[in-house]
Write a protein that binds this ligand. Structure first.
Ligand code: ATP
Ligand code: MG
Length: 572
């Protein structure tokens, strides 16, 4: 490819819209352009990267026995109503209407459609297992589209769906996908960590996420690891055990109401009453499917809304607004407590259930209770772990190792769906014993566009992107330092031609620009190898090969360039 004939609109400055480094680089290096929030154009270099990732995904999915299909983006709403997700996904579901005012969905995932597809057609256990996948644009009305391709409203996903006759066969199918995922990401240059995750609106029994560990802001997820065993879970899912919990007092002291004028936050209350935060219980009010719920956790803990939602089994959960808090508690925000709360379901974190003589709000302006004890002073409807795990706590699996955290980018997700969708849509088969049974399903996603950007977030330096050779848009960039010089230009084009003939994808920067400008652009777009063709080395019939990743510069005789590039590329 010739630069002068390719659309690579590089920019000198960082785009104002971008917050994280990979987003800045993709815009600056002329890979992507924004159309609307979370909606992007993929320019020629980006499209080449995406096709490379797609091809790797395709090869590994096919090798794992999955078959590629293409399902519609446009779905009738009825299917989503049947599965219950028309309402449970809420606003993230991208909806549309046709000319007859019929509701439609722009697919963000295809469990309903694929189940409907095979329903009534795959009839016998003999046709199983079956795994169908596709690579397609997905639509999700994300509440906060951001970080470029990381969280788009339209993005490219590979989604696969497995159908099995029983649990043991499903286990094999699931494992095949996990193995394929590790291979796919590795081939894209990424080490991934598989972590336990929440099943969320997808439903089903268990789920795993594939995380790329990064130490930059682009890592939206917090992942917990055990330093002793293989336990790894994301923030939503991670549980933990407190190290050396202090001995609780034996006796329950008499309840007391104390004046705490304008003392509202945990910090203020603990300072005012001279108690540690762990001897205070925070009361957080939520609306769960319209009903008011009070969640009680220790003052030194953070609430985990995913755990709370799962405990309640509700579809919509949101924090109650100040007005609701005042109406329910009769006091300003900051003085809520579990005592005398009427018509409110009380969920206590397991730590609170064991706590004695602690502090809570009094549901009265400027007052708190001290020496509160659960059951004696208020009724708990349910006890569950509803707090976030914290770094340094004990691992819930081995109970010996300590938990540490890192940031991660979720590039893939696998779900054990069980029979949630096959049952909801009545998709069944006849088993060998003649019995009609619902399919056992799995669903497996990879964010193609997010993976591409995750690679940039992981591999870059102050000058630009550093693509792994496997998914680089092209492998080599040939730079004649001065296209005006006949010999340089001639040799550069000869090398370009030779590389192409040897099936090495090559870009030649044939612009009439200063060498410095071309070098900067070359570093920015990040192809693995750059060949400088300049007057000085040509005197010895040599050219320079610059390795983007290691910054090494090799002086190579002109006639050895192709072989050298081939060799270098296998290692990059
Ligand atoms: P997240 O927790 O990041 O919202 P998710 O759990 O909703 O992801 P899945 O429904 O499992 O994601 O989708 C499969 C894969 O698609 C994800 O692992 C991710 O790589 C990608 N993906 C999901 N949402 C987006 C998005 N809004 N933009 C780009 N890629 C996405
Ligand atoms: Mg999501």
């Amino acid at each position: 490819m010739r630069w002068t004939q390719t659309y690579i609109p590089t920019l000198r400055d960082d785009p104002a819209e971008a917050e994280i480094v990979s987003h800045k680089l993709l815009v600056r290096a002329g890979y992507i352009r924004k159309l609307a929030a979370g909606v992007y154009n993929y320019l020629p270099l980006m499209q080449r990267v995406l096709l490379k990732i797609t091809e790797i995904v395709r090869e590994e999915m096919n090798a794992a026995g999955a078959q590629e299909i293409l399902m519609p983006v446009l779905h009738p709403a009825e299917l989503w109503q049947q599965s219950g997700r028309w309402s449970s996904i809420g606003k993230e579901l991208m909806r549309a209407k046709d000319r007859h005012d019929r509701d439609l969905v722009l697919g963000g995932t295809h469990e309903e459609v694929v189940t409907y597809l095979i329903k009534g057609e795959v009839k016998s256990y003999r046709q199983l297992p079956l795994n169908l996948y596709q690579i397609q644009n997905k639509f999700r009305d994300e509440i906060r589209p951001r970080f470029g391709l990381m969280r788009g409203r339209e993005f490219i996903m590979k989604d696969a769906y497995s159908f099995d006759k029983d649990e043991s066969s499903f286990k094999e199918s699931y494992q095949k996908m996990l193995d394929a995922y590790f291979k796919i990401f590795k081939r894209c240059g990424l080490e991934t960590k598989m972590v336990e995750s929440d099943t969320g609106a997808m439903g089903g029994k268990a789920a795993h996420e594939f995380m790329v560990i990064v130490d930059t802001e682009g890592g939206e997820n917090i992942i917990f690891f055990c330093d002793r065993c293989d336990y790894a879970a994301n923030m939503d899912k991670a549980s933990s055990v407190e190290i050396d919990p202090p001995q609780e007092e034996d006796s329950e002291k008499p309840l007391q109401k104390v004046s705490t004028p304008e003392v509202k936050t945990v910090e203020e209350v603990t300072a005012f009453l001279k108690v540690p935060a762990r001897k205070l219980a925070k009361t957080l009010l939520y609306k769960a499917d319209g009903k008011i719920v009070a969640a009680i956790i220790r003052g030194d803990r953070q609430i985990n809304e995913v755990k709370l939602k799962n405990t309640l089994g509700c579809i919509h959960l949101e924090m109650a607004d100040a007005e609701t808090v005042e109406r329910i508690t009769g006091a300003k925000v900051g003085f809520a407590g579990p005592l005398n709360l009427k018509r409110v379901t009380i969920i206590a974190d397991e730590e609170v259930a064991h706590l004695k003589n602690f502090v809570t709000g009094a549901n009265e302006n400027d007052f708190h209770f001290v020496n509160v004890n659960p059951e004696r002073d208020f009724k708990v409807d349910q006890v569950a772990q509803i707090r976030c795990a914290q770094e340094g706590e004990l691992c819930p699996q081995c109970k010996k190792g300590k938990l540490s955290t890192s940031r991660g980018i979720e590039v893939g997700n696998t779900f054990m769906l069980g029979t949630k969708y096959s049952q909801a849509l009545g998709a069944t088969f006849l088993d060998s014993d003649g019995e009609e049974k619902p399919f056992i399903m799995g669903s497996y996603g990879i964010g193609i566009t997010r993976t591409a950007q995750a690679v940039v977030e992981k591999f870059h330096d102050e000058k630009g992107i550093i693509w792994p050779a496997s998914i680089a848009p092209l492998s080599v960039e040939v730079v004649p330092l001065n296209v005006g010089e006949e010999r340089q230009s001639k040799v550069a084009f000869e090398i370009y031609q030779m590389l192409k003939e040897n099936h090495i994808e090559t870009l030649i920067d044939d612009r009439d620009e200063r060498a410095g400008v071309k070098f900067n652009d070359a570093d920015l777009i990040g192809l693995p190898l750059r060949i400088n063709v300049g007057a000085k080395s040509l005197k010895e019939n040599k050219v320079e090969i610059c390795i983007r990743k290691t910054k090494e510069v090799l002086s190579i005789p002109q006639n050895e360039v192709v072989e050298k590039c081939k060799k270098l590329l296998t290692k990059l």
